[in-house]
Design a protein around this ligand. Structure first.
Ligand SMILES: [Fe+2]
Length: 228
């Protein structure tokens, strides 16, 4: 499976899944860099994880040019969707099996897309971090993390922001282990080469993400407090 990325804003990644000239964009918050990327390609579909503008802001413009592109998204982006998805929906694109996981907490209806063993999780989690709980529904955020951590350990995870180094630094207050410094060095190396620090994996997050380690909701909330 060919997966690539387009940079947007300060630190967003618009992940792509591609087959030949056909491209799926995940959370195109901005149209301009996508148009540039799609110069000799076709926009086949758009996957939206949640309603925030830095994830959906490019959709209308992209659809004006690529009228055939199918927009998938949760109920909270209904005005942009051709197909509205809910938890555990399954469909197929490019011959790949896609499963929808409701991973709310950051927003009310946030979803993630499991494409074979690649999880596009929007702002649900970041490497060594967790999306801000705008809903105040910490229980849902905790449950969303449980869903992700229970996926196959080889699952690759593609968050929508390059927050890895900041997250690792604040997580060091909770996980006091050399593995955190090693992860910071590794992330810095990739970024200095012009690459994302991502994807991460379930296996890796089990070692470096305090929210994967929280044993219950109280501890989960405690870790949020410590990290902030
Ligand atoms: Fe967001």
């Amino acid at each position: 499976m060919k997966i690539n990325f387009i940079r947007a804003f300060e630190d967003n990644y618009i992940w792509t899944i591609e087959k030949g000239e056909d491209v799926i964009l995940i959370d195109p918050g901005e149209a301009r860099p996508c148009f540039k990327y799609l110069k000799d390609k076709n926009l086949y579909a758009i996957f939206l994880t949640h309603k925030h503008m830095d994830h959906v802001g490019g959709v209308k413009e992209l659809k004006e040019k690529f009228k055939e592109a199918i927009v998938y998204g949760p109920s909270e982006t209904e005005n942009l969707n051709d197909k509205t998805l809910k938890d555990e929906d399954e469909f197929e694109i490019f011959g790949y099996k896609i499963k929808v996981l409701k991973t709310n907490g950051h927003t009310e209806e946030h979803i993630s897309y499991l494409v074979e063993n690649n999880l596009f999780c929007g702002d649900t989690i970041f490497s060594s971090g967790c999306g801000r709980v705008f809903t105040g529904d910490y229980q849902s955020s905790f449950e969303s993390v449980q869903k992700i951590k229970n996926l196959d350990k080889n699952t690759l995870i593609y968050p929508a922001h390059e927050y890895t180094i900041d997250c690792l630094k604040s997580s060091k207050r909770i996980i006091k282990d050399k593995i955190m410094d090693d992860a910071i060095i590794e992330a810095k190396e990739k970024i200095s080469k012009g690459l994302p620090s991502l994807p991460t994996s379930v296996e890796k997050e089990l070692l470096i993400n305090p929210f994967f380690m929280a044993k219950d909701l109280d501890e989960f909330k405690e870790f949020i407090k410590i990290k902030n």
